[in-house]
Design a protein around this ligand. Sequence first.
Ligand SMILES: C[S@@+](CC[C@H](N)C(=O)[O-])C[C@H]1O[C@@H](n2cnc3c(N)ncnc32)[C@H](O)[C@@H]1O
Length: 207
Amino acid sequence: MGVIAVQLEVMKDYAIKNKVPIVQQEAEDILINLVKQQNPQSILEIGTAIGYSTLVMAAHLPATSHITTIELNEERAEIARNFIQQAGAADRITLLCGDAGELLPQLSGSFDMVFIDAAKGQYPDYLAKIMDKLTKGACIVADNVFFRGMVINEAVDTPRRFRTIVKRLRGYLNTVTADPRFSTTLYKTEDGLAVSYFLEEKTDEAT
Ligand SMILES: C[S@@+](CC[C@H](N)C(=O)[O-])C[C@H]1O[C@@H](n2cnc3c(N)ncnc32)[C@H](O)[C@@H]1O
């Protein structure tokens, strides 16, 4: 077992004990396959938590690839920083602590792959803010897009506190499935995963 693989087991235990939400098994498996197929050089992750999915991706990437990951919560970002350091992956990962909505417009460079796993109600905003940073053929992976079944099942009575999130996730799915610039597959994983390929050249136009 490699250093990162050992570290991932420790992180999984930490996440369970401390109730930190991390990517679930089916979504993790799809993410790993995509990383292997896509072989991305530059990856953006929105929602680091303790860095579990960050290191899952790092474990399957070529040593030349780089991950930029954003986490709002300072305590989690610090824990992620330590885990990444212990895994010996600090030189391949840039961790930014702050609100992705504010940090995304400040990012320079472009990305071959984006993993969106932060505030569910902000997915349309994140998408709009990464549009001008996507390389042709870039893969956007969005987790939890079914949001406990509320997004796809009209019959489920959505509690008032989740209505905005559900409406915005539906908006996100409408965009990536209807906009001809994307080719999207929805996976019925634990909580729904949307994998969208960006078919165009970089554009300044936000959705
Ligand atoms: C589901 S967890 C991420 C799990 C991680 N991707 C993994 O699988 O290991 C979502 C994270 O997004 C962070 N988050 C929520 N809103 C955010 C925002 N506006 N900007 C950056 N991070 C945010 C939360 O603090 C939380 O740690």
